[in-house]
Design a protein. Structure first.
Length: 256
């Protein structure tokens, strides 16, 4: 059952070590993501302490990013050398390995995992046992159903970007619909009513280059109901809509 979730964007620009002197431009975004992940862990650990079998083994962390359906090993070291900098985040567990073709959204999430473990070493075990998954299309809803039906208490870290069309310097041609589209997504995330993500125009999202439509079905299907949401940060500093949000289930949803 899903206890809590964090929504974060997944651009390589997130990785401060790749940005050189421009890194401070996204410090607020990084700090918001750090806070979202910390809150998600706190909610999961608190719920798991009430389990008939309390302890780390009663909890599961699942990272979900956009892409062809697949599951990856990511507990080992992760190199960002392909992005032009000789930078590697350390392994989450001794002798752990990472798949060579780790998708970029999951690489960014691994970077955030290393930041979290550095600040909160007590989170290391959950990160080391985390599942790293990419999904899209019909597989996304099917993944959500599998997670919802699993009795293990879970938290999701969902990697999703908004529209790529904000302003003249955006990666795609400027589109006047981008702001309203991202406004709608952010409103839903803040409301905590994740089922409303299903009402957002998927085709428009694809036209605007947003990756959210690939992962939203996994999130709202796993959540299976309302909860409390909070939008911690939003912006489009490089022409791409990015948001950081948290969600936690209603208390009655976590009762056995």
């Amino acid at each position: 059952m899903l206890i809590a979730a964090a929504v974060i964007p997944g651009p390589p620009a997130f990785v401060a070590e790749l940005m050189g002197s421009a890194a401070p431009e996204l410090d607020e975004l990084r700090h918001a993501a750090d806070l979202a992940i910390f809150r998600t862990f706190s909610d999961l650990v608190a719920a798991s302490s009430d389990s008939p079998w309390p302890g780390p083994a009663s909890a599961q962390l699942v990272i979900v990013g956009p892409g062809q359906p697949g599951e990856f090993s990511a507990a080992g070291p992760v190199s960002f050398g392909t992005f032009g900098r000789d930078f590697e985040v350390p392994a989450l567990a001794e002798r752990a390995k990472t798949d060579a073709e780790l998708p970029t959204p999951l690489m960014v999430a691994r970077y955030l995992a290393s930041r979290d473990v550095a600040a909160h070493p007590e989170h290391a075990d959950l990160w080391a046992r985390a599942r790293w998954i990419t999904t899209s299309g019909a597989d996304s809803a099917a993944l959500g159903r599998r997670l919802r039906e699993d009795d293990t208490r879970m938290a999701m870290i969902v990697v999703a970007d908004g529209a790529l069309c904000h302003g003249p310097k955006a990666p795609r041609a400027e589109d006047s619909r981008a702001e309203a589209y991202d406004d709608q997504v952010c409103e839903v995330l803040a409301s905590g009513q994740l089922d409303r993500l299903a009402r957002i125009d998927v085709n428009l999202g694809h036209e605007l280059g947003a990756s959210g439509p690939q992962v939203w079905p996994a999130l709202f299907t796993a959540a299976a109901g309302g909860g409390a949401g909070e939008l911690l940060w939003r912006g489009a500093p490089y022409g791409v809509g990015w948001a950081v949000a948290t969600w936690r289930s209603a208390p009655e949803a976590t009762q056995p």
